[in-house]
Ligand binder design. Structure first.
Ligand code: NAP
Length: 247
C-alpha cells in the first residue's frame, strides 16, 4: 500500500472527481477525511464504501470559502485523525455566462470557492506539515485555466491563478519536505460537465484527440501518483489529464 500511514483531506470529496480521489487514496492505504459542503448523504456513501472495502474514512462539513468554517473543520479533522499529510484542494464550482453578462456576484462566487477556498485550506493545514517536515499538496486546476473557455472568465481566472500559486508555494516549501503540484483535468464525466448542454458537449468531444471525456478515476490516479513517494522529486508542476486536448 503506497500511502499506508498517511492521512489525506480531500475538499469536495462527496461527488465527481473528489469522490474518485477519496476512493483512490483510500485504496492506496491512506485514511481519508472527506470534506463536503451540502451533499451529506453522498459524502456518507463515499465513507461507507471506503469502510466496506477495508479502508478508513470520515466526513467533515465545511464551506471552503468561509475561513471560520475551514478552521472548525481543521479542529474536527485533527481531533479525528491527528494530522493531515496529503491535502487535495479539489472543491470547485462554475457560474458560466459570457463576460458581458457576468455580474459581480458570479465572479465573486467562483473566485471565493475555487481560489479563496484553496487559500483557507492550505493555510489551515500547512503549519502541521511544516512542523513534521512532510507534506503533499495537490490543487485541482483545469484545462480552462490554461487555454480559456467561452463563458468561463471567472472560472478560467481562478484556475489559472492556482497554477501560479502552485509554482510559488512549491518554491517556498521546496526545502521543507513539502511538494506542491497541480492536476489540470480536461473535460471529465461529472455532474459539472453534465450541466453543459448536450450540443456543446458534443462539440467539445470533437476537440479532444482521444474523442472521449475523461473519467474521474483517470484524474484520481494522477493525484495518487503526485502524493506518493514515487513523485518525491516533483514539485511546482502541472500534470495534464486531458486526452491530449492541450499539449
Ligand atoms: P462536481 O461533480 O460538481 O463536484 C463538486 C464538489 O465540490 C462536490 O463534492 C461539492 O460538494 C464540492 N463543493 C462545491 N462547493 C464547495 C464549497 N464551497 N465547499 C466545499 N465543497 C464544495 O465537480 P467535479 O467535476 O467533480 O469537479 C471537481 C474539481 O475538478 C473542481 O475544482 C473542478 O473545477 C475541477 N475540474 C473539473 C473538470 C470536469 O470536467 N468535471 C475539469 C477540470 C477541472 P457538495 O456537493 O457537498 O456541496
Amino acid at each position: 500500500m503506497r500511502l499506508s500511514g498517511r492521512v489525506a483531506l480531500v475538499t469536495g470529496g462527496s461527488r465527481g472527481i473528489g469522490r474518485a480521489i477519496c476512493e483512490a487514496l483510500a485504496d492506496a492505504g491512506a485514511a481519508v477525511a472527506i470534506n463536503y459542503q451540502g451533499s451529506e448523504r453522498a459524502a456518507r456513501e463515499v465513507a461507507r464504501e471506503i469502510a466496506e472495502a477495508g479502508g478508513i474514512a470520515d466526513i467533515f462539513q465545511a464551506d471552503v470559502s468561509e475561513r471560520d468554517a475551514v478552521q472548525r473543520m481543521k479542529k474536527q479533522v485533527l481531533a479525528r485523525f491527528g494530522r493531515v499529510d496529503l491535502l487535495v484542494n479539489n472543491a470547485g464550482i462554475t457560474r458560466d455566462r459570457t463576460f458581458v453578462r457576468m455580474d459581480e456576484e458570479a465572479w465573486a462566487a467562483v473566485l471565493s470557492v475555487n481560489l479563496n477556498g484553496v487559500f483557507y485550506c492550505t493555510k489551515a493545514f500547512l503549519d502541521g506539515m511544516l512542523e513534521r517536515g512532510y507534506g503533499r499538496i495537490v490543487h485541482i486546476s483545469s484545462i480552462v485555466g490554461q487555454i480559456g473557455n467561452l463563458g468561463q472568465a471567472n472560472y478560467a481566472a481562478a484556475k489559472a491563478a492556482l497554477l501560479g500559486f502552485t509554482k510559488t508555494l512549491a518554491k517556498e516549501l521546496a526545502t521543507k519536505g513539502i511538494t506542491v503540484n497541480a492536476v489540470a483535468p480536461g473535460f471529465i464525466e461529472t455532474e459539472m460537465v453534465a450541466a453543459v448542454p448536450e450540443e456543446i458537449r458534443g462539440k467539445i468531444v470533437t476537440q479532444i484527440p482521444m474523442r472521449r471525456l475523461g473519467t474521474p478515476q483517470e484524474v484520481a490516479k494522477a493525484v495518487v501518483f503526485l502524493v506518493s513517494d514515487e513523485a518525491s522529486y516533483i514539485t511546482g508542476q502541472t500534470l495534464n489529464v486531458n486526452g491530449g486536448m492541450y499539449a
